[in-house]
Design a protein around this ligand. Structure first.
Ligand SMILES: Nc1ncnc2c1ncn2[C@@H]1O[C@H](COP(=O)(O)OP(=O)(O)O)[C@@H](O)[C@H]1O
Ligand SMILES: [Mg+2]
Length: 134
């Protein structure tokens, strides 16, 4: 688990983007306003997502094509999940997450991943976000 302060969220995303190859699952944990979406937006920008990454409010998941290629020279897709409004894994499963997470052409980012901690793939990378001390 990596601890990330809100003020470092963008820097961390930029650093991480360079190390991603495809198939990674990033599990983001932390209170409202702690920087999870900020991190995801910066990651998308660094990977070359051209559309605007929004906070998925009524949609639990959004996918974006990036301009980054994986080892097989295929474009990576960024899958952004926000589990704020769900409490049950069967709902998450119905999005087909298990078919794409870990897939070599995807990077999966999950906000509020603590809600499905026991169901996450074991290779998931955990990031714990905290607001900076006042
Ligand atoms: N470096 C920073 N310092 C202070 N506030 C920031 C910084 N980066 C982003 N913010 C603000 O902090 C809030 C973080 O919210 P967000 O990333 O949506 O959190 P979460 O997705 O964890 O609920 C946003 O209002 C954003 O504008
Ligand atoms: Mg958010």
């Amino acid at each position: 688990m990596k601890n990330v302060r809100l003020s470092q969220a963008e820097t961390e995303a930029n650093k991480l983007a360079k190390a991603l190859h495809g198939g990674e699952v990033l599990a983001l944990i932390g209170d409202l306003g702690s920087g999870k979406t900020t991190f995801t937006k910066a990651l998308g920008k660094a990977l070359g997502v051209r559309s605007t990454i929004t906070s998925p409010t009524f949609v639990m998941m959004q996918q974006y094509q990036t301009t980054t290629k994986n080892k097989e020279d295929k474009p990576l897709w960024l899958y952004h999940l926000d589990l704020y409004r769900t409490n049950n894994f069967s709902e998450v499963k119905s999005l087909g997450v298990e078919q794409y997470w870990g897939h070599p052409e995807t990077i999966t980012v999950i906000e509020w991943a603590d809600k499905i901690l026991d169901q996450l793939p074991k290779e998931a990378l955990l990031f714990k976000f905290t607001r900076d001390a006042k």
